[in-house]
Design a protein around this ligand. Structure first.
Ligand code: FE2
Length: 273
């Protein structure tokens, strides 16, 4: 049985009066993504959001995310990103959270098990209100991940997480990637039923392998991170076409397709037989 898992990432939904830097209409982009997803000829079996659902993590923003996602008719899975706050995410979405300070979860979806991993820094917000945008896999969550994977042995399992557990080469973003990457890879390597790893954070489609498992970051529905692999590249973003991804699992292999939307393009039928 073929199973289709859609991935939407880094939607950064805002509330009225938002005074931060915006390059596009973030909320309109999520609305468009949902509309386009529902128009796919094959409807995905589930939709996964890999973090940064909101821009500031407020309850108001999170409620707007839930409202924009409401038209989706399939199960929706969410993991927290560094722009989200656990408290508001917990209020808006009913995942089977492991704990208040470890909002990881495990769910079954068709032929696969999806394991959402909370990678937020323990000190995400410091006393001065400053946000730590980095990610980590501390002792508690490493143990949880290892035990959760042991419990799903025998079922094809994927891991969803916000911070990518690898160096992408885009230096200014790598500074806020996942710490404890070796620890993560060691745990994945000990559980051969892990078939795929889906991440967000990078606002760009990037692929590598972790302990032999295909691991990718999804593109954003808003601005993308500029592709600049120079070691001294300064932070830059670019309004490349937004999109989402469709990950197709046939019981053995994963195949990933990228759907761009809001590009002004139209499908052309050249009339060939
Ligand atoms: Fe983001």
């Amino acid at each position: 049985m073929t199973f289709l898992l859609a991935q939407i990432s880094d939607t950064h939904v805002v509330a009225p009066g938002h005074d931060g830097e915006l390059y596009v209409d973030n909320n309109a982009r999520l609305r468009l993504a949902v509309e386009r997803l529902l128009a796919e000829t094959v409807t995905p079996g589930a939709v996964l959001l890999t973090g940064d659902l909101t821009d500031l993590g407020t309850y108001e923003e999170m409620a707007i995310v839930a409202e924009l996602l409401a038209p989706l008719t399939m199960p929706v899975f969410v993991v927290p990103g560094n722009h989200d706050l656990r408290s508001s995410l917990r209020t808006a979405f009913g995942m089977p959270w492991a704990a208040d300070d470890n909002m990881s979860w495990v769910v079954d979806a068709g032929p696969i098990t999806v394991l959402g991993l909370d990678t937020l820094a323990a000190d995400q917000i410091d006393a001065d209100g400053e946000v730590n945008h980095g990610g980590e896999l501390d002792d508690t969550r490493a143990q949880w991940l290892d035990e959760a994977l042991a419990a799903t042995a025998g079922r094809p399992t994927v891991i969803a997480m916000h911070h990518p557990p690898f160096t992408t080469g885009i230096g200014w973003m790598d500074q806020t990637g996942l710490d404890d990457r070796t620890r993560f890879a060691d745990i994945v390597g000990a559980h051969p039923h892990v078939t795929r790893i889906f991440c967000g954070h990078l606002h760009r489609s990037i692929t590598t392998t972790i302990a032999g498992v295909l691991c990718s970051t999804g593109l954003s529905t808003i601005h993308q991170v500029e592709l600049n692999l120079a070691p001294d590249a300064r932070p830059q973003v670019v309004c490349d076409p937004p999109g989402y991804q469709l990950h197709m699992f046939d019981g053995n292999c994963w195949v990933t397709h990228t759907r761009h939307f809001d590009t002004g393009r139209a499908v052309i039928d050249p009339g060939w037989a």
